[in-house]
Design a protein around this ligand. Structure first.
Ligand SMILES: [Fe+2]
Length: 292
């Protein structure tokens, strides 16, 4: 084969992969189903819808409809692990997308992309752990918070709370985004009246996961990693964008005697609009009794 033919083939393949990643897979929203054996023996299942990293812009109508349609799952509880926004005008779009889900109990924490808008960055910078976080323009965080609170959802940014869902009393402990150093987790004894104890964080930083699982929270929900976003087939994520090991970039894992679920999220940063071998996702977690 002539060298020019090989070079042309390589460039063509690269362009094809780039087009697939930005035009097809980035918009190929999937619902992932996971079973977590975390409840007390003899109790009925509890269904938790985990949403993360929408990175919504006002024009993403298809994503908004897809999120709204998740209400047909009739979850017992909705948990949102942050990074909802990718535009200063996106709050109404996010609240519209969530509107049918407001019929169910919900809880949320914020990520950096609920506070600061996108700025142009070198996508390869994600592979460097020592890079600095660059703050974009401030976002209308207070409007997003007000909309979620007025729907009756529980804010868990450096906060704890108890809610009723699926006939159970659920204690939740959350932190504000560890990725930008806003986390202030305070250890506390478990509420003895609660049937289940959940931890919620945007970035699954081990410095937060350790104390949460050490306190006895039995399942921690997190986002932020985008599952690696651009993955290598049969190898996986190149980075988690935090201190979590690469093999835990998405999905359900054992962590410190508890369970950790990391959502690959539904969006991408607008300056890196591509996904490969890591489709955008929401997850329905069916919590079932532990094995005796
Ligand atoms: Fe994100």
């Amino acid at each position: 084969m002539r060298l020019t033919t090989l070079a042309a083939g390589t460039v063509g393949l690269g362009l094809g992969v780039a087009a697939y990643a930005s035009l097809v897979e980035r918009n190929w929203y999937r619902l992932r189903r996971v079973v977590v054996p975390v409840l007390d023996p003899g109790t009925a299942p509890l269904r938790v819808l985990h949403l993360s990293d929408l990175h919504m812009t006002p024009s993403q109508a298809r994503k908004q409809r897809w999120v709204s349609a998740l209400a047909s799952l009739e979850p017992d509880l909705v948990v949102v692990t942050g990074d909802n926004l990718a535009h200063v005008c996106a709050v109404p779009a996010v609240l519209r997308a969530f509107e049918p889900l407001f019929a169910y109990p919900g809880a949320f924490v914020f990520g950096s992309n609920d506070y600061f808008g996108p700025v142009l960055k070198n996508p390869l910078g994600y592979l460097r752990r020592d890079r600095e976080h660059i703050e974009g323009p401030p976002l209308p965080t207070h409007d997003l918070r007000a909309g979620l609170l007025s729907a009756g959802w529980l804010e868990l940014n450096n906060a704890r709370g108890v809610l009723k869902a699926g006939g159970r009393v659920i204690e939740l402990a959350g932190v504000d985004d560890p990725h930008i150093g806003r986390d202030r987790y305070v250890s506390a004894p478990l509420d003895p009246l609660a049937d289940l104890h959940l931890g919620v964080t945007h970035s699954p930083e081990p410095r937060v996961l350790g104390p949460m699982t050490g306190d006895g929270l039995s399942l921690v929900l997190a986002g932020h990693t985008h599952g690696g976003q651009v993955c290598v087939p049969f190898y996986g994520a190149l980075t988690t964008n935090c201190e979590l090991p690469r093999r835990m970039a998405r999905g359900l894992h054992r962590y410190g005697g508890a369970w950790l679920h990391v959502s690959a999220g539904l969006g991408t940063h607008p300056t890196a609009p591509a996904r490969f071998a890591c489709p955008p996702e929401a997850t329905i977690l069916t919590l079932v009794p532990r094995e005796r």
